[in-house]
Design a protein around this ligand. Structure first.
Ligand code: ADP
Ligand code: MG
Length: 689
């Protein structure tokens, strides 16, 4: 068989496929499908099992299934009102009778003949012992056709303009096109044999059009294994590169007590424990590569502060990289005030600086006059150089890729690395997802925190909520209103920040000071707004998710989230973490505009728990890890089929195989193909040498 590689398929446009013209090409693009490879790895999200034929008497309410029956009445076509046709027919088998109804499909009349047998597929509905099925699909059941109709059909995530059947046909054509080739397999033969993995071409074909449920399972196992194996391999090779091969700074033990005493609060036990772990890493000759995980508000910043203090007092410089300018500014202010009386100089590298100011900071960093620099990813720019960079910290690490972290560390001589994240994930998963890091967890909130009271409401509560807002303002408190979009979009009817701010400042809250902040504003504008909010000048801040990370204004005690159903639970949890930061009782109001059961369940989770770990577990349970665990947010390649939650067993197998390979062949010198695919998956995030 002729071989074909994934790169070949990536180079091939879907225009090569029969039935795909300019229009369809653009519709597929909207689904993120740009080439043949994207298409054949656009895995089904579900299947319609048409493979087992049921007796009519055994049909269950709402369960999709197939049955075979004889047409025993003429098809009646009626037009109950304009624009609506109803076609109705009775079907029988030896066990019972069912009525089939089609809406606006008058042509079915021509396809069904009385006395003939057909196979139907759909969801039956049993009401008062009467069976009915709406819009079933059907095929004539002669022996020849039987085989064609009895199969498991893929169900894809589709769009309004690109229906299920179109996607099926196009994917089918694409698969026919590669059937006669042997797809290059990156999984080494030895690994494939041990785990009895299906070969790649078979797996791709069977995942889309499985011959049986077993074939589908076998294909899925193979493809999920492949993804997890590659993910593990990438992480492992990065870890061995980052830590084992190089020697790091061995910090001396210094007295920290007077500094700790100067902090405005007492450290919690969890903070003490975590800092001890950090201290131990810093004092060892290994390079520290540690992740600090802690729920929003658990007090991660002070861990960074302590580590920076230690680094500077031992003669090194430190850098703190954060995802937004707002956060950089905020950290700068609080950290500078803590360090002031200890002779540590802190600088903020902000994009709003003039060229001259920037130049000065750059020079002072290079000369070692500045001890600590805080900034966004501007810190990784080439022109930023250090005299003696010994500690690199990234806050809210899920916003940065592995690569960005690496670039920053390369500005020093094997500096220690600390990353902080508030994305709560179960420990077992964290170990795997952050395969390249050691983990510390702050599992305790500072004392005296009152749990945020959360309510899920609908539009009928609007007036009451507006009154509540007013009451809070009268008490001197401030309010966040979070909206999903920046500007009103025709496609998505979600409340935009711009429109909302405009609206409320002209109507209900025209007497209050309403501010707006979103990602499309200039950083000087954002800064200005945040200053006004921090000082209390702005009563109500309308915002996008830009405030999700790190913003700390303890006087804000009420958050209203519009279209809460549009956010992931983890994100809602992050957002909600912006209130409840002081001694006052705080509130979070979720406007849920969806009636779906899933939405209601998700809102319930939010109202019942304030524990990020509980919420993340629930999130997984309700909607699966696809979105929540989107590996992309961790700077890792996307998982298209594997499920980090459900596929824990496969993950372990894949991890073991990956460890064996890396241990035996660290540079993957004997695994050429694997090496090639690894750099393709991880892009430049992983470099094997
Ligand atoms: P996060 O983990 O979300 O980054 P922060 O470090 O921003 O949390 O801390 C949240 C708030 O809690 C800040 O106002 C901080 O000053 C305060 N805080 C942190 N640690 C303690 C503590 N041990 N006791 C009291 N307040 C604390
Ligand atoms: Mg923080």
């Amino acid at each position: 068989m002729k071989k074909i590689t994934i790169s070949d398929l990536k180079k091939k446009s879907i225009r090569y496929i029969k039935g795909v013209g300019e229009l369809r090409e653009s519709l597929f693009k909207k689904l993120g499908i740009n080439n043949i490879f994207d298409l054949i790895t656009y895995y089904p999200r579900d299947y319609e099992d048409r493979s087992s034929i049921k007796n009519i008497a055994d049909l269950q309410n709402g369960v999709p299934c197939s049955f075979e029956g004889t047409i025993v009445s003429n098809v009646s076509v009626t037009r109950p009102r304009k624009g609506l046709t109803l076609s109705k027919v009775s079907i029988e088998d030896s066990t019972g009778k069912i009525t089939a109804i089609w809406f606006n499909q008058p042509y079915v009349k021509n396809s069904l003949a009385i006395g003939e047998n057909y196979i139907f597929f759909g969801k039956a509905d049993r009401k008062l012992n009467k069976l009915q099925i709406v819009n079933p699909v059907f095929e004539k059941s002669s022996l020849k056709d039987m085989k064609k109709s009895l199969k498991i059909l893929p169900v894809y995530s589709s769009t309004k303009d690109l229906g299920q059947n179109t996607i099926r046909t196009v994917v089918n054509e694409a698969i026919k096109g590669i059937e006669d080739f042997e797809l290059e397999d990156m999984i080494p033969d030895a690994v494939r044999e041990i785990h009895n993995l299906a070969d790649k071409t078979y797996a791709i074909k069977q995942i889309h059009f499985p011959a049986s449920a077993q074939d589908m399972e076998r294909a899925r196992f193979r493809l999920a294994f492949e993804e997890l194996f590659m993910l593990q391999l990438g992480l492992l090779s990065y870890k061995s590169l980052a830590t084992c091969t190089r020697v790091g700074i061995k910090y001396t033990h210094i007295e920290m007590e007077s500094f700790v005493k100067s902090l405005p609060f007492q450290l919690t036990n969890a903070q003490k424990k975590v800092f001890m772990e950090v201290e131990k890493d810093m004092e060892s000759s290994h390079i520290m590569n540690r992740l600090v995980q802690g729920d929003v508000g658990s007090g991660k910043t002070v861990i960074a502060v302590l580590a920076l203090f230690k680094a500077v007092k031992c003669g090194y410089q430190g850098a703190l990289m954060v995802p937004t300018e707002i956060l950089a500014e905020q950290h700068y202010k609080s950290i500078r005030s803590l360090f002031d009386s200890f002779g540590i100089s802190v600088q903020l590298l902000s994009s709003s600086l003039t060229k001259k100011q920037k130049q000065l900071i750059v020079e002072e960093l290079k000369e070692g006059k500045t001890d600590v620099v805080i900034g966004t990813h501007a810190l990784i720019e080439d022109y930023i150089q250090f005299k003696q960079l010994g500690l690199v910290i990234t806050d809210e690490q899920h916003r940065f890729g592995v690569r960005q972290r690496t670039i920053l560390t390369e500005k020093g001589q094997n500096p220690d690395v600390l990353v902080m994240t508030a994305t709560p994930i179960p420990r077992t998963l964290a170990l795997i997802l952050y395969g390249d890091l050691d983990i510390s967890i702050i599992d305790e909130l500072p004392p005296g925190r009152k749990p945020i009271k959360t309510y899920s409401v609908n539009e009928s509560m609007r007036e009451r909520i507006n009154k509540f807002v007013r009451d809070k303002v009268k008490e001197g408190r401030q309010i966040y209103i979070v909206c999903p979009l920046v500007e009103e979009s025709e496609e998505i009817e979600a409340k935009s920040a711009v429109v909302t701010a405009d609206d409320i400042s002209k109507s209900v809250f025209s007497d209050l000071n309403v501010g707006i902040i979103h990602g499309k504003m200039k950083s000087s504008e954002k800064e200005d707004i945040m200053k006004k909010f921090v000082s209390g000048e702005i009563n109500i801040l309308v915002s996008t998710t830009i405030i999700e990370v790190g913003v700390n204004v303890p006087n804000a005690t009420l958050m209203i989230i519009e279209n809460a159903e549009r956010f992931g639970l983890a994100q809602l949890h992050q957002l909600r973490g912006r209130v409840g930061r002081g001694d006052e009782q705080s509130f979070c109001i979720l406007f849920n505009q969806s009636n779906s059961k899933v939405s209601r369940e998700r809102m319930k989770t939010m109202t019942q728990s304030t524990d990020g770990f509980v919420i993340s577990e629930k999130d997984l349970e309700i909607r699966g890890p696809g979105e929540f665990f989107g590996t992309r947010q961790h700077g890792l390649p996307e998982l298209k089929i594997a499920n980090l939650y459900k596929d824990m067993d496969i993950l372990k197998l894949a991890q073991n195989s990956a460890i064996e390979i890396i241990e035996a062949d660290p540079g993957l010198l004997e695994h050429e193909v694997l090496k090639k695919y690894l750099s393709m998956y991880f892009g430049d995030k992983v470099t094997l040498s």
